[in-house]
Design a binder for this molecule. Structure first.
Ligand SMILES: [Zn+2]
Ligand SMILES: [Zn+2]
Length: 339
């Protein structure tokens, strides 16, 4: 079993553990899933040397799962979790075989944070990490002002960040940094930045962050208004859920997805393991409504860019093919679409 395949199994186990409310164990599985993708250890060799536990973060439980995967290509633990969480109808479909997304044509991540808001790295460090992964572009999408705890950006700081990004794009070769924003969707569906500020950006992600427990009818109006906004390109983590701890907003998903498809507004599959939003179930509904998707990491640090590798199985399970995911577009195609 390749480290990529094993990583996909561990990522799905982590996903199901979160639904069970076991965030602690979920994080342990996510950490090892990330490690496998990053380091690509020879699992068969480690297994035969009885040395799986020498991998950082691998205790006896995860080692047992890995040993079974190497020996049989299956995980009875995953199969049991699927049954417990009524996901058994998927039991025949093995987790998506992860291969480096770039080899599959993934060209860039459209949702990442930097130290301009609550990210842990500079714009240039994030861009270099994206370049190291072979990307053609990376959108820097920090937060809007309303979220003061994360030092959200208003028009003035956005203009300053634009100057820095322009300069970085002159210095870097092989990667283009797009300037975007993750703008808050206010309770009434308006956005947390003036139109002029949004118009100057390369990509606008509008996300629900607060007041997620509004009445479904009011929430539907709120989301429809955001989708209808002329500057919105993507709806970020469309429910705001945190599996295992926060259910996320309830609204007339079909109506919102249909409106998004009509307007050409893209629905995000946010691959942060703590979010996985849209879920495979809602992504399937969005796909049948005709939506396009953006498969993003929502990275707050360089090594989190690989969340898209961990999350792509949701798209596969939702039946979303690559031609419906805009990260497969070349930069020129993307710009043309958003002209
Ligand atoms: Zn967000
Ligand atoms: Zn974000």
């Amino acid at each position: 079993m390749s480290p990529d395949q094993a990583s996909a199994y561990l990522a799905e186990i982590a996903y199901l553990l979160r639904h069970q409310g076991d965030g602690h164990r979920a994080r342990a599985f996510t950490r090892v899933a990330s490690l496998l993708l990053r380091e690509r250890p020879d699992l068969a060799a480690l297994r035969s040397a009885n040395a799986l536990e020498s991998l950082p973060g691998v205790g006896s439980g995860i080692a047992r799962t890995l040993a079974e995967l190497v020996d049989t290509g299956r995980s009875s633990y995953l199969e049991r979790l699927r049954v417990d969480l009524n996901q058994a109808e998927h039991a025949d479909s093995a987790p998506f075989e992860i291969s480096p997304l770039v080899e599959m044509g993934y060209r860039g991540d459209l949702h990442a944070h930097t130290d301009w808001s609550d990210g842990g790295a500079s714009v240039v460090d994030m861009a270099r990490a994206a370049q190291a992964r072979g990307y053609e572009y990376l959108a820097v999408t920090d937060h809007s002002p309303r979220i003061t705890v994360v030092n959200g950006l208003g028009p003035e700081r956005l203009a300053a960040q634009r100057r820095l990004i322009d300069q970085a794009n002159e210095e870097l070769t092989g990667i283009t940094i797009l300037q975007g924003i993750e703008v808050d969707i206010n309770e009434d569906g308006s956005l947390d930045l003036p139109d002029e500020a949004l118009a100057a950006l390369d990509v606008v992600i509008a996300s629900p962050h607060v007041k997620l427990r509004m009445e479904p009818a009011a929430m539907t109006e709120r989301m429809l208004r955001a989708v209808d906004h002329p500057h919105v390109d993507v709806i970020g983590h469309p429910t705001g859920r945190r599996p295992g701890s926060r259910a996320g907003a309830q609204y007339d998903f079909e109506a919102v997805f249909r409106c998004a498809a009509e307007r050409g507004v893209v629905m995000e599959i946010d691959c942060d393991p703590a979010r996985m939003d849209l879920s495979p179930e809602l992504a399937r509904l969005a796909a049948s409504a005709g939506c396009l998707f953006s498969l993003d990491s929502d990275a707050h640090a360089p090594d989190q860019l690989l969340y898209v590798d961990l999350g792509i199985w949701t798209a596969r399970r939702a039946g979303v093919s690559q031609d419906r995911i805009i990260n497969w577009l070349r930069l020129a195609e993307l710009k043309e679409m958003w002209q």
